[in-house]
Ligand binder design. Sequence first.
Ligand code: 5IU
Length: 270
Amino acid sequence: HHRRTLTLEQRAARCPNPAGRRLLEIISRKRTNLCISLDMTDSAEILSTARLVAPYVCLFKTHVDIVADFSQDFVAELTAIAEEHDVLIFEDRKFADIGNTARLQYEAGMYRIAEWSHFTNAHVVSGPGVVDGLRGAAERLGRGLLLLAEMSSAGSLVTGPVTELAVELAAREPALITGLIAGGALLPDTADVITMSPGVSLAGEDSPTARPAAGDSFGQQYVTPRRAIMDRGTDVVIVGRAIIGAADPVAAAKLHQTAAWQAYEQSVAH
Ligand code: 5IU
Protein backbone atom coordinates (compact mmCIF):
# COMPACT_ATOMS: atom_id res chain seq x y z
CA HIS A 1 0.00 0.00 0.00
CA HIS A 2 1.00 3.57 -0.67
CA ARG A 3 2.00 5.55 2.43
CA ARG A 4 0.57 8.96 3.22
CA THR A 5 2.31 11.15 5.77
CA LEU A 6 -0.22 14.00 5.68
CA THR A 7 -4.00 14.12 5.58
CA LEU A 8 -5.66 16.06 2.77
CA GLU A 9 -6.78 18.53 5.44
CA GLN A 10 -3.17 19.07 6.54
CA ARG A 11 -2.21 19.48 2.91
CA ALA A 12 -4.96 22.11 2.45
CA ALA A 13 -3.42 24.26 5.18
CA ARG A 14 -0.02 24.29 3.46
CA CYS A 15 -1.10 24.19 -0.20
CA PRO A 16 0.70 27.01 -2.06
CA ASN A 17 -1.83 27.18 -4.93
CA PRO A 18 -5.09 29.04 -4.17
CA ALA A 19 -7.33 26.76 -6.24
CA GLY A 20 -5.60 23.68 -4.85
CA ARG A 21 -6.08 24.90 -1.30
CA ARG A 22 -9.79 25.46 -1.94
CA LEU A 23 -10.12 22.02 -3.47
CA LEU A 24 -8.42 20.29 -0.54
CA GLU A 25 -10.63 22.22 1.88
CA ILE A 26 -13.76 21.17 -0.02
CA ILE A 27 -12.59 17.56 -0.10
CA SER A 28 -12.06 17.57 3.67
CA ARG A 29 -15.31 19.39 4.43
CA LYS A 30 -17.57 17.34 2.13
CA ARG A 31 -15.64 14.11 2.62
CA THR A 32 -15.42 13.46 -1.08
CA ASN A 33 -12.36 13.03 -3.29
CA LEU A 34 -14.53 12.20 -6.29
CA CYS A 35 -14.40 14.25 -9.50
CA ILE A 36 -17.27 13.72 -11.93
CA SER A 37 -16.44 13.81 -15.61
CA LEU A 38 -19.47 15.46 -17.26
CA ASP A 39 -18.86 14.16 -20.77
CA MET A 40 -22.18 15.01 -22.38
CA THR A 41 -22.79 17.03 -25.51
CA ASP A 42 -26.03 18.77 -24.48
CA SER A 43 -25.75 21.64 -22.01
CA ALA A 44 -29.10 20.96 -20.33
CA GLU A 45 -28.08 17.37 -19.73
CA ILE A 46 -24.75 18.42 -18.22
CA LEU A 47 -26.46 20.91 -15.93
CA SER A 48 -29.11 18.48 -14.73
CA THR A 49 -26.53 15.78 -14.02
CA ALA A 50 -24.26 18.31 -12.30
CA ARG A 51 -27.16 19.32 -10.04
CA LEU A 52 -27.91 15.70 -9.14
CA VAL A 53 -24.37 14.60 -8.30
CA ALA A 54 -23.06 17.87 -6.84
CA PRO A 55 -23.48 16.85 -3.17
CA TYR A 56 -21.19 13.84 -3.69
CA VAL A 57 -18.31 15.40 -5.63
CA CYS A 58 -15.54 17.95 -5.10
CA LEU A 59 -14.97 18.73 -8.76
CA PHE A 60 -16.89 18.99 -12.05
CA LYS A 61 -14.68 18.04 -14.99
CA THR A 62 -15.78 19.41 -18.35
CA HIS A 63 -14.83 19.19 -22.03
CA VAL A 64 -16.43 22.39 -23.30
CA ASP A 65 -15.51 21.66 -26.90
CA ILE A 66 -17.97 18.73 -26.99
CA VAL A 67 -20.96 20.86 -25.92
CA ALA A 68 -23.12 21.33 -29.02
CA ASP A 69 -24.95 24.37 -27.66
CA PHE A 70 -22.08 25.96 -25.72
CA SER A 71 -22.64 29.50 -24.47
CA GLN A 72 -21.39 31.68 -21.64
CA ASP A 73 -24.88 31.25 -20.12
CA PHE A 74 -24.12 27.55 -19.79
CA VAL A 75 -20.89 28.42 -17.99
CA ALA A 76 -22.71 30.85 -15.69
CA GLU A 77 -25.27 28.19 -14.81
CA LEU A 78 -22.62 25.53 -14.15
CA THR A 79 -20.73 28.03 -11.98
CA ALA A 80 -23.90 28.76 -9.99
CA ILE A 81 -24.46 25.05 -9.33
CA ALA A 82 -20.81 24.65 -8.35
CA GLU A 83 -20.96 27.58 -5.93
CA GLU A 84 -24.19 26.43 -4.37
CA HIS A 85 -22.80 22.96 -3.70
CA ASP A 86 -19.17 23.72 -2.86
CA VAL A 87 -17.74 22.20 -6.03
CA LEU A 88 -14.90 23.50 -8.25
CA ILE A 89 -14.59 23.24 -12.04
CA PHE A 90 -11.84 21.59 -14.06
CA GLU A 91 -11.83 22.09 -17.83
CA ASP A 92 -9.96 19.07 -19.20
CA ARG A 93 -8.53 21.03 -22.15
CA LYS A 94 -5.16 19.27 -22.40
CA PHE A 95 -3.27 22.19 -23.91
CA ALA A 96 -0.41 20.87 -26.01
CA ASP A 97 0.84 23.69 -28.24
CA ILE A 98 3.65 26.18 -27.87
CA GLY A 99 3.26 28.58 -24.96
CA ASN A 100 1.89 31.52 -26.90
CA THR A 101 -0.83 29.48 -28.60
CA ALA A 102 -1.77 27.76 -25.33
CA ARG A 103 -2.04 31.23 -23.77
CA LEU A 104 -4.51 32.35 -26.44
CA GLN A 105 -6.47 29.10 -26.26
CA TYR A 106 -6.73 29.47 -22.48
CA GLU A 107 -7.74 33.13 -22.37
CA ALA A 108 -9.48 33.87 -25.67
CA GLY A 109 -11.72 32.25 -28.26
CA MET A 110 -15.39 31.56 -27.58
CA TYR A 111 -14.70 29.50 -24.45
CA ARG A 112 -12.55 31.92 -22.38
CA ILE A 113 -11.60 28.96 -20.17
CA ALA A 114 -9.42 30.93 -17.76
CA GLU A 115 -12.37 33.09 -16.74
CA TRP A 116 -14.46 30.30 -15.26
CA SER A 117 -12.42 27.13 -14.80
CA HIS A 118 -10.57 26.78 -11.50
CA PHE A 119 -8.29 24.14 -13.03
CA THR A 120 -7.12 23.19 -16.45
CA ASN A 121 -4.46 20.78 -17.67
CA ALA A 122 -1.65 20.61 -20.18
CA HIS A 123 0.61 18.14 -21.89
CA VAL A 124 4.32 18.89 -21.62
CA VAL A 125 5.25 17.27 -24.95
CA SER A 126 5.98 20.73 -26.39
CA GLY A 127 8.32 21.53 -23.50
CA PRO A 128 8.01 23.72 -20.39
CA GLY A 129 6.98 26.80 -22.44
CA VAL A 130 3.34 25.68 -22.33
CA VAL A 131 3.34 26.35 -18.59
CA ASP A 132 4.65 29.86 -19.18
CA GLY A 133 1.88 30.44 -21.71
CA LEU A 134 -0.77 29.53 -19.16
CA ARG A 135 0.98 31.24 -16.25
CA GLY A 136 -0.23 34.83 -16.78
CA ALA A 137 -3.96 34.20 -16.56
CA ALA A 138 -3.55 31.42 -14.01
CA GLU A 139 -1.63 33.64 -11.60
CA ARG A 140 -3.85 36.66 -12.20
CA LEU A 141 -7.03 34.69 -11.54
CA GLY A 142 -5.72 32.26 -8.89
CA ARG A 143 -6.18 29.19 -11.09
CA GLY A 144 -4.46 25.83 -10.84
CA LEU A 145 -2.63 23.94 -13.57
CA LEU A 146 -2.48 20.17 -13.78
CA LEU A 147 0.17 18.53 -15.93
CA LEU A 148 -0.35 15.22 -17.67
CA ALA A 149 2.23 12.83 -16.28
CA GLU A 150 0.47 9.60 -17.31
CA MET A 151 -2.65 8.63 -19.23
CA SER A 152 -5.08 5.80 -18.59
CA SER A 153 -5.36 4.66 -22.18
CA ALA A 154 -3.62 1.57 -23.57
CA GLY A 155 -0.41 2.26 -25.46
CA SER A 156 -0.05 5.80 -24.06
CA LEU A 157 3.24 7.50 -24.88
CA VAL A 158 2.89 9.85 -21.92
CA THR A 159 5.71 7.94 -20.21
CA GLY A 160 9.46 8.16 -19.66
CA PRO A 161 10.89 11.63 -20.30
CA VAL A 162 7.42 13.18 -20.67
CA THR A 163 6.41 11.89 -17.24
CA GLU A 164 9.74 13.05 -15.81
CA LEU A 165 9.36 16.58 -17.14
CA ALA A 166 5.81 16.89 -15.77
CA VAL A 167 6.95 15.67 -12.34
CA GLU A 168 9.98 17.96 -12.33
CA LEU A 169 7.93 21.05 -13.26
CA ALA A 170 5.29 20.30 -10.62
CA ALA A 171 7.88 19.65 -7.91
CA ARG A 172 9.64 22.90 -8.78
CA GLU A 173 6.59 25.14 -8.79
CA PRO A 174 3.61 23.82 -6.80
CA ALA A 175 2.29 27.36 -6.35
CA LEU A 176 1.31 27.35 -10.03
CA ILE A 177 1.16 23.66 -10.86
CA THR A 178 -1.42 22.34 -8.45
CA GLY A 179 -1.06 18.77 -9.46
CA LEU A 180 -0.46 15.92 -11.84
CA ILE A 181 -2.80 13.72 -13.81
CA ALA A 182 -1.39 10.22 -13.33
CA GLY A 183 -2.30 6.69 -12.34
CA GLY A 184 -0.94 7.28 -8.86
CA ALA A 185 1.27 9.52 -6.74
CA LEU A 186 4.62 10.24 -8.37
CA LEU A 187 5.87 12.55 -5.60
CA PRO A 188 5.71 12.30 -1.79
CA ASP A 189 2.69 14.12 -0.34
CA THR A 190 5.02 16.71 1.22
CA ALA A 191 5.68 18.00 -2.32
CA ASP A 192 2.30 19.80 -2.21
CA VAL A 193 1.24 18.32 -5.55
CA ILE A 194 -2.27 16.87 -5.87
CA THR A 195 -2.61 13.69 -7.93
CA MET A 196 -5.79 13.08 -9.92
CA SER A 197 -6.50 9.82 -11.74
CA PRO A 198 -8.90 9.09 -14.58
CA GLY A 199 -9.68 5.56 -15.70
CA VAL A 200 -11.50 4.75 -12.47
CA SER A 201 -14.68 2.72 -11.99
CA LEU A 202 -16.07 0.45 -9.30
CA ALA A 203 -16.15 -2.13 -12.07
CA GLY A 204 -12.42 -1.68 -12.74
CA GLU A 205 -10.21 -4.60 -13.68
CA ASP A 206 -9.37 -5.40 -10.05
CA SER A 207 -12.98 -5.32 -8.84
CA PRO A 208 -13.64 -8.23 -6.48
CA THR A 209 -17.42 -7.97 -6.79
CA ALA A 210 -18.58 -6.30 -9.99
CA ARG A 211 -18.30 -8.06 -13.30
CA PRO A 212 -15.21 -6.23 -14.43
CA ALA A 213 -15.65 -3.77 -17.29
CA ALA A 214 -11.92 -3.23 -17.60
CA GLY A 215 -12.19 -0.66 -20.36
CA ASP A 216 -14.04 0.51 -23.43
CA SER A 217 -13.60 -0.19 -27.13
CA PHE A 218 -11.28 2.83 -27.53
CA GLY A 219 -8.44 1.73 -25.26
CA GLN A 220 -9.65 3.19 -21.97
CA GLN A 221 -8.56 1.09 -18.97
CA TYR A 222 -10.20 1.13 -15.53
CA VAL A 223 -9.08 0.34 -12.02
CA THR A 224 -11.18 0.62 -8.87
CA PRO A 225 -11.02 3.66 -6.56
CA ARG A 226 -9.39 1.41 -3.99
CA ARG A 227 -6.50 0.49 -6.28
CA ALA A 228 -5.99 4.08 -7.46
CA ILE A 229 -6.11 5.56 -3.95
CA MET A 230 -4.81 2.89 -1.57
CA ASP A 231 -2.35 1.00 -3.74
CA ARG A 232 -1.21 3.82 -6.00
CA GLY A 233 -1.68 6.81 -3.71
CA THR A 234 -3.79 9.09 -5.86
CA ASP A 235 -5.73 11.86 -4.16
CA VAL A 236 -8.72 12.46 -6.44
CA VAL A 237 -10.42 9.91 -8.68
CA ILE A 238 -12.05 11.05 -11.91
CA VAL A 239 -15.12 9.04 -12.88
CA GLY A 240 -17.24 9.54 -15.98
CA ARG A 241 -19.31 6.82 -17.58
CA ALA A 242 -19.47 4.61 -14.46
CA ILE A 243 -21.65 7.40 -13.04
CA ILE A 244 -23.15 9.36 -15.94
CA GLY A 245 -23.88 6.18 -17.87
CA ALA A 246 -25.42 4.36 -14.90
CA ALA A 247 -29.16 3.68 -14.73
CA ASP A 248 -29.15 5.70 -11.49
CA PRO A 249 -26.35 8.30 -11.60
CA VAL A 250 -27.02 9.53 -8.05
CA ALA A 251 -26.71 6.03 -6.61
CA ALA A 252 -23.56 5.44 -8.66
CA ALA A 253 -22.10 8.76 -7.49
CA LYS A 254 -22.78 7.86 -3.85
CA LEU A 255 -21.15 4.43 -4.27
CA HIS A 256 -18.06 5.90 -5.89
CA GLN A 257 -17.82 8.66 -3.28
CA THR A 258 -18.02 6.17 -0.43
CA ALA A 259 -15.50 3.79 -1.97
CA ALA A 260 -13.04 6.59 -2.76
CA TRP A 261 -13.34 8.19 0.66
CA GLN A 262 -12.96 4.88 2.51
CA ALA A 263 -9.87 4.07 0.46
CA TYR A 264 -8.41 7.48 1.35
CA GLU A 265 -9.19 7.11 5.06
CA GLN A 266 -7.64 3.66 5.15
CA SER A 267 -4.53 4.90 3.40
CA VAL A 268 -4.14 7.62 6.06
CA ALA A 269 -4.68 5.24 8.96
CA HIS A 270 -2.05 2.71 7.90
N1 5IU B 1 -9.16 11.18 -19.30
C1 5IU B 1 -8.93 9.83 -19.33
N2 5IU B 1 -7.66 9.37 -19.28
C2 5IU B 1 -6.60 10.19 -19.22
C3 5IU B 1 -6.86 11.59 -19.17
C4 5IU B 1 -8.13 12.05 -19.21
O1 5IU B 1 -9.84 9.03 -19.38
O2 5IU B 1 -5.46 9.72 -19.14
I1 5IU B 1 -5.33 12.86 -18.99
C5 5IU B 1 -10.51 11.76 -19.34
C6 5IU B 1 -11.34 11.37 -20.53
C7 5IU B 1 -12.73 11.40 -19.98
C8 5IU B 1 -12.57 10.99 -18.53
O3 5IU B 1 -13.20 12.74 -20.00
O4 5IU B 1 -11.22 11.34 -18.18
C9 5IU B 1 -12.78 9.53 -18.24
O5 5IU B 1 -14.08 9.16 -18.57
P1 5IU B 1 -14.68 7.68 -18.28
O6 5IU B 1 -14.64 7.49 -16.77
O7 5IU B 1 -16.06 7.75 -18.83
O8 5IU B 1 -13.81 6.69 -18.99
